[in-house]
Write a protein that binds this ligand. Structure first.
Ligand SMILES: Cc1ncc(C[n+]2csc(CCOP(=O)(O)OP(=O)(O)O)c2C)c(N)n1
Ligand SMILES: [Mg+2]
Length: 373
């Protein structure tokens, strides 16, 4: 290979030097639109705005439900809506999504019933929705395992001659896991149609990014494996949608996997069980508050004349209805049968599972007898 073509190959894998951005924090378009990306249509942006209003309201309602004891735990998406909504809107319904515990707003945007989305976090059984029907894998808590699952699913789709793409959502901390690196390596070798979308929200619980990696950006982790990479302003919905649409098209066309890092911020604590004031200062949170993805898109669309007062009022009304419905249905006690815990685990249950099943059945029978006494 000549030095010239080698340079071209290397540059093809590398991300742009600064995160791709279409809209500045104050909602005005950047002076020079990023080269190589087409701006999403106004219709797509209006729909994304509506989804962001709904997603934000879902998120605050879910956090409120933890305080009322209706939800065991909730990892908030607040501040990351442009990432999660941009990701889902870049996919086709027959593409697969592999989310983490952080990505409830992505699931709501995908059209999954919000109560089903919260089923696992409510301490109910299984993941709450049908992964095969929705093409959304169960929200993954073991860090980075879903990255391998996404790669496997993408490769399976490719071998079957289908043109579906898989997208794995990953946190910044999870990029230190071996599974992340193994997935990138094999995806590149197999040219699997998978997009790895890292939401770099700057923390892994209390561990800041600087203690996680010395890389100039997480997007640089792609080149070592031959994975095309990009970085994007994760609070600019226009940029996230443009970059992910391009990444999905690249993977779908058979050109191999893409790694995209979005620079964003986790506005709330890790979960309702965490106190973020113990490890980050108010000034930092305030600074990121000024980069809010929802108000940025709203200001931008209003200035373009693409959003009216009536549009924003309608979106807010729809969001209030979603929250009210969520409250009502989450306030009803669940009727799950504890014995269901053993169903759908294995087609042929293991002896251990059968033993545990019998043990629980005996305990439940005893409890019923005691209650009747
Ligand atoms: C394999 C594994 N190790 C440790 C944990 C405990 N844990 C849960 S969340 C988390 C931090 C993850 O941070 P990041 O990947 O940045 O995602 P974020 O929560 O910020 O979305 C850790 C260490 C886990 N769930 N799985
Ligand atoms: Mg993180």
């Amino acid at each position: 290979m000549s030095v010239k073509s080698l340079r071209q190959t290397v540059q093809g894998f590398l991300p742009s030097l600064t995160p791709v951005r279409f809209v500045a924090e104050d909602g005005t378009p950047v002076a020079k639109p990023p080269a190589g990306y087409s701006e999403p249509s106004e219709e797509a942006l209006r729909e994304a705005y509506r989804r962001m209003v709904l997603g934000r309201r879902f998120d605050t309602q879910a956090t409120a439900l933890t305080k009322q004891g209706r939800l065991a735990v909730y990892p908030s998406s607040r501040g990351q809506e442009a990432c999660q909504i941009g990701a889902v809107l870049a996919l086709r319904p027959d593409d697969w999504l592999f989310p983490t515990y952080r990505d409830s707003v992505a699931l709501v945007t995908r059209g999954i019933d919000p109560v089903e989305v919260l089923t696992l976090l409510r301490g109910d059984w299984h993941c709450g929705y049908d992964p095969a029907a929705t093409r959304v894998a169960p929200q993954c808590t073991p860090l980075a395992t879903q990255v391998l699952h996404a790669t496997g699913m993408a490769e399976a789709q490719r071998r079957k001659g289908e043109d579906g793409v898989s997208m794995a959502l990953i946190g910044d901390g999870a990029t230190s896991e071996g599974d992340f690196h193994e997935a990138l390596n094999f995806a590149a070798v197999l040219r699997a149609p998978v997009v790895f979308f890292v939401q770099n929200n700057k923390y892994a619980i209390s561990v800041p990014l600087a203690r996680q990696t010395a890389a100039p950006a997480l997007a640089y982790k792609g080149i070592g494996y031959g994975v095309r990479s990009e970085q994007v302003d994760g609070n600019d919905l226009v940029a996230v949608l443009a970059v992910l649409t391009d990444a999905v098209a690249h993977a779908r066309a058979g050109h191999g996997p893409v790694l995209v890092e979005a620079h964003t911020y986790r506005m709330d604590a890790h979960t309702n069980a965490d106190d973020a004031t113990r490890y980050r200062d108010a000034e930092e949170v305030e600074r990121w508050g000024a980069a809010d993805p929802l108000s940025r898109l709203e200001t931008h669309l209003r200035a373009r004349g693409a959003l009216t007062e009536a549009d924003t009022a309608a979106a807010r009304e729809e969001a209030e209805a979603l929250a009210a419905d969520l409250r009502t249905r989450m306030n009803a006690d669940t009727t799950a049968d504890p014995m269901e815990l053993f169903d759908h685990v294995y087609a042929d249950p293991t002896p251990q599972l059968l033993e545990q099943r019998a043990q629980l059945a005996a305990e439940l029978a005893e409890t019923t007898l005691t209650q009747e006494d």
